[in-house]
Design a protein around this ligand. Structure first.
Ligand SMILES: [Zn+2]
Length: 644
């Protein structure tokens, strides 16, 4: 009994420690090296030194400058090495006036409109993307000027950048950083020792230190000597164990995630009766530990919730690669699995709650409760939500295909019903669901048949597919619309899926992506098969999402069957575990290889506690297809996925 009394103290100690170290990826502070104005000396002096020590910086390029235009290939190489190419506008406009006589009239920000600024900055992003193929980057205000007239022009471009750097000489703790106005220490003739003092201060105060260089060994009136620059960089490398050193885009993204999580944790601690969804995981933890030590354990559960920063989740390991998602049931969100979701994932898909059968059981009756509770959880916790699915031959309600006399409806009636369904559901979750699996599994598995001969197809032909996309787009023009299917690794089916999506796209139908379900197993796909599959879908030029990933620990079977005597041997042996680790390792290695086409990966179910595979293909045969075990602990396969 006594040991219980020590536990809260123990966890509190971890928590205090986490405050200082966990904020910066286990280190004491963060340092970002930035270099402004696309100078030749950055390419010739700074980058070779950084590369020799495997350190990465951020280079803010003004697109229309000689140092940028004449050295395109060198900047491309710098990006390949991992340096960030930041946006420092197209023409480097600044606010002119007295003391700023060097500002030319045509690039005087006093003559700019916000629209012109936005256009030029966005054009610069296009230019930079052509160099580094990246979607995410940061901005640096030219001359530190942040306003056009009275307008903070960056406000209109919040979505275009992860952060914006200004020039104020300050450093801040992680919670105090303003990502739209990141301060920095501008170097102008400092010695190495002086700059190292800044770093020591950042270490002592657990702060973010951003350093701004212009000239490095010349080329600009604001300059640092080569020796001083080298002294600082060498010091940083030698103290890397205490200092998180990364480009601005990575550090800023980390800060953004941290601040969001902090806000969310603060909100979830202020439990109110109306805030049931977020409060449930904590209440569950507390109630599990009810009893004589109830009060101690309530405190413990709140503390342990905050310790979230200590652990990196899948979403953190893959933040520069994919949105990591998970299929959920409304019920799971009321258990301790909710906490696992928040730690590991940044996106959810309702496993069943938005399928037509559950959500639209009668022609004039919608059942929103399950879907709404998932949407509310996603909103409250700042998770993305994929909608699944609008049109599917399976799990459809009985009424859809028949009239009141029980006769099969006409094509016109069926299309009208689908239209009404799509409009109602999509509009309800407009703004919350960012991507929809519009049509699911419309393609046949048999070699000599293109479309699945479902009631939908029998009544409407293939027209329902095109119409479904058009209606979904009309209902929410901002949602990304996907065609989703399985057996994508089969060469024949793969080509049919490819052709369907391509034909829709070529015909101008609003389709933005293809969903590969990824229901795989120990014996398939092979590496070659998956590689060629991902390569092929990448050629479509639409988004690729892995939508329903799991790796069964049994050999793949495509059809449901009765339980056999040998199925009693079906346990999670060491051999199966090892093989599953290999398959997960191979899959994610290939996902990363194809990261330019893949943008999201969703697991089908949360943990081995329950999976649809427990009942497919064999009813009642337990499977272990996911990365977390029944106790929600990471399995060995988890580490195969995140160690890269
Ligand atoms: Zn500048």
């Amino acid at each position: 009994m006594k040991r219980f009394l020590f536990l809260p103290v123990f966890f509190f100690a971890i928590h205090v420690n986490a405050q200082s170290n966990a904020a910066w990826q286990g280190k004491k502070c963060a340092v970002v090296l930035t270099y402004d104005d696309a100078l030749n000396v950055h390419l010739d002096n700074a980058i070779p030194l950084l590369d020799s020590l495997n350190l990465k910086g951020t280079f803010y390029l003004t697109a229309f400058s000689d140092g940028s235009k004449k050295r395109l290939n060198d900047w491309k190489k710098a990006a390949v090495k991992g340096h960030e190419l930041g946006n420092h506008t197209l023409f480097h406009p600044c606010v002119g006036g007295s003391g700023r006589e060097w500002v030319r009239a045509e690039t005087d920000m006093r003559n700019y409109t916000v629209k012109r600024m936005e256009d030029e900055v966005r054009m610069t992003n296009v230019f930079l993307q052509s160099l580094d193929n990246k979607q995410k980057r940061t901005f640096a205000f030219t001359c530190g000027d942040m306003k056009i007239g009275d307008s903070q022009f960056i406000q209109g471009m919040k979505e275009d950048f992860v952060a914006a750097r200004a020039v104020r000489h300050q450093m801040h703790k992680i919670n105090e950083v303003n990502l739209l106005n990141v301060d920095c220490y501008a170097v102008n003739g400092e010695t190495g020792t002086q700059m190292i003092e800044w770093v020591k201060k950042a270490v002592q105060t657990n702060s973010l230190l951003v350093i701004l260089f212009h000239g490095v060994g010349g080329e600009h009136s604001i300059n640092v000597s080569l020796a001083a620059h080298r002294e600082l960089i060498t010091y940083l490398k030698q103290n890397e164990k205490d200092i998180y050193i990364a480009p601005m885009v990575d550090v800023a993204q980390h800060i953004g995630d941290w601040q969001a999580k902090d806000k969310q944790n603060k909100a979830s601690r202020q439990t109110t009766p109306n805030d049931q969804l977020t409060s449930i995981p904590q209440l569950e933890i507390a109630s599990l530990r009810n009893g004589p030590f109830h009060n101690d354990y309530t405190a413990f559960s709140l503390e342990s919730n905050e310790n979230i920063y200590q652990e990196k989740g899948l979403k953190d390991y893959y933040k520069n690669y994919f949105t990591m998602g998970v299929a959920v049931s409304p019920r799971a969100l009321k258990t301790d699995e909710a906490q696992l979701i928040l730690e590991q994932f940044s996106s959810m898909t309702p496993e069943n709650a938005m399928k037509m059968g559950p959500i639209h059981p009668q022609e004039n009756e919608y059942n929103w409760s399950g879907a709404d509770s998932i949407a509310a959880f996603a909103k409250r916790n700042n998770l993305k939500l994929r909608g699944h699915t609008l049109v599917w031959h399976s799990q459809t309600p009985r009424w859809l295909f028949v009239d009141s006399a029980g006769k099969t409806v006409t094509k016109e009636v069926l299309l009208q019903r689908l239209k009404e369904h799509i409009f109602t559901v999509v509009k309800r979750y407009k703004g919350t669901i960012y991507a929809w699996d519009v049509v699911n599994e419309a393609i046949s598995d048999s070699k000599d048949e293109f479309y699945r001969n479902s009631p939908l197809y029998k009544i409407c032909g293939d027209e329902f597919i095109r119409k479904a996309f058009e209606w979904a787009h009309e209902a929410d023009p901002n949602a990304l619309l996907f065609y989703n299917d399985y057996n994508e690794i089969d060469p024949v089916k793969r080509e049919k899926m490819f052709k369907l999506v391509k034909d829709l796209k070529d015909a101008g139908v609003p389709i933005h992506g293809v969903g590969l379900q990824g229901h795989w197993a120990l014996n398939e796909p092979s590496e070659q098969q998956l590689d060629s599959t991902l390569l092929r879908f990448g050629q479509l030029g639409v988004k690729v999402h892995i939508t329903e990933l799991d790796i069964s620990v049994y050999p793949k079977e495509h059809n449901a069957r009765a339980r056999q005597a040998t199925d009693s041997m079906a346990i999670f042996t060491e051999e199966r575990e090892k093989k599953q680790m290999e398959v997960y390792n191979m899959c994610f290695r290939l996902f990363r290889k194809h990261k330019n086409s893949i943008s999201a990966i969703t697991f089908w179910n949360i943990s081995d506690r329950s999976s649809w595979l427990d009942n497919f293909p064999v009813r009642g045969r337990k499977d272990y297809p996911l990365l977390f075990d029944k106790d929600l602990k990471p399995k060995k396969a988890f580490w195969e996925v995140v160690r890269f």
